[in-house]
Design a protein around this ligand. Sequence first.
Ligand code: ADP
Length: 469
Amino acid sequence: MNVVFCSSEVFPFAKTGGLGDVCGSLPVALEKIGIQVTIVMPGYGCVSQAGIPVKSVSEKVSRAQIGNNIQVYFIEHGPYFDRKGLYVDDKGDYPDNLERFSYYCQQVLPLLKTIDVRPDIIHCHDWQTALIPVYVKERYAQDPFYAQTKTIMTIHNIAFQGVFQKDQYPQLGLESPFAEQSLEFYDRMNLLKAGVIYGDRVTTVSPRYAKEIQTKPLGCGLDHVLNDRYDGVIGILNGLDHDIWNPRTDRFIAAQYSADDFIDAKLKNKSQLQKELHFDVREEVPLCGFVGRLSHQKGIDLIIDALEALVSMDVQIVFLGKGERHYQEKLEQAADLYPGRIAVCSDFNEPLGHQIYAGSDLFLMPSQFEPCGLSQMISLAYGTIPVVFKTGGLADTVKQFSSVRKEGNGFVFKDYSSASFLKAMKKAIKVFKNEKDLHNIRGNAFQCDFSWEKSARIYQEIYHTIEKQ
Ligand code: ADP
């Protein structure tokens, strides 16, 4: 079976969050179970910094290889893709994002013909690729090359839909008129909506989020479009790439460790992190980490509101995050106010991310909504205990710890408020201070199995089902 992955992010070539991780590691997991995968993504300037050789194929296309034999094709167009950011700069979204990503989508199908990759499945990820199912069904409907091709639209975050002014519709080069049953969305143009309608199957990245996005509060206006699909939305939990996220082999951390032997190494990672952040090197103080986009979604407001109370509870907190400037400023002010207690790194820093996952005791992830979330899974793999809000993939992967039953791998609060977050933090700190409980909860964390294999097999089943439709 021939599967083509289309994504605007593929680690290690380009990543701003979980989408990059998933589209870098799921193809490798699929290849391991016998599926042939080809990837097509935009040829950003940063692609050449991944440490993987990139060869030119033509003026418009270059190529690299990952996994055993996965070819990654880059659609080149300097004016669109050779920029500092993938989607935004300091001023906000690039104003020509529609032009950029519709260009990319329009190049994919001709490229596959040129390189003679006849896809059984084109697996599209998020709004940047959502026009591809439309082109397959409209522009290439009569083309024998794509006669057997089916498309899947995977939603990694329904809050990002690619919404643009409707007068830009002619740019898409579609013959059919702008219409309510395709791209029209409250008098604007919505690319993800089109992907949901034209895709042969719609999936998302956790079972709970699949249900949530079909409801008004979390569907971001697309709930009725999803509800209109006779086959619904399938939720498949993302996995972790253990070649990258593995405390046994992690080259970024001070001391490597395993589930069987971690106590000394975890302390070493903690003290190293404390030194680097200019915190007092103290074993008994809970070190709390945050790694993620600085946006409302990630629950940053709850954390900021709780900072004063947290600091008074004798904790240290490190934030690694890029995102909205006002959050960055608030966190930097807090770091100035509480030196030695709060540290902030407003950058995208892969090595520091690994050091925080390994060196922290608790991981803060009170996201207001979370399609799947990789950070909590990574923290669990590193024996760092997550504190989360009960939503989406967080609810599917983190279970409340009970010291009586010795069950659970983290702390989960159900009412989205700073007070409830603080309550959960108090419970977490209490467990951290109890040697037996800490040992039990860490053991439970290490036992979680988030490997890709299980999910890759579910995708394989879906590919087979729609192939036969
Ligand atoms: P999302 O995709 O919503 O941003 P996820 O939890 O699914 O969130 O994935 C986030 C991924 O991005 C993780 O691999 C996390 O470690 C990484 N990440 C996020 N922000 C940063 C940052 N500032 N520096 C390094 N890694 C980051």
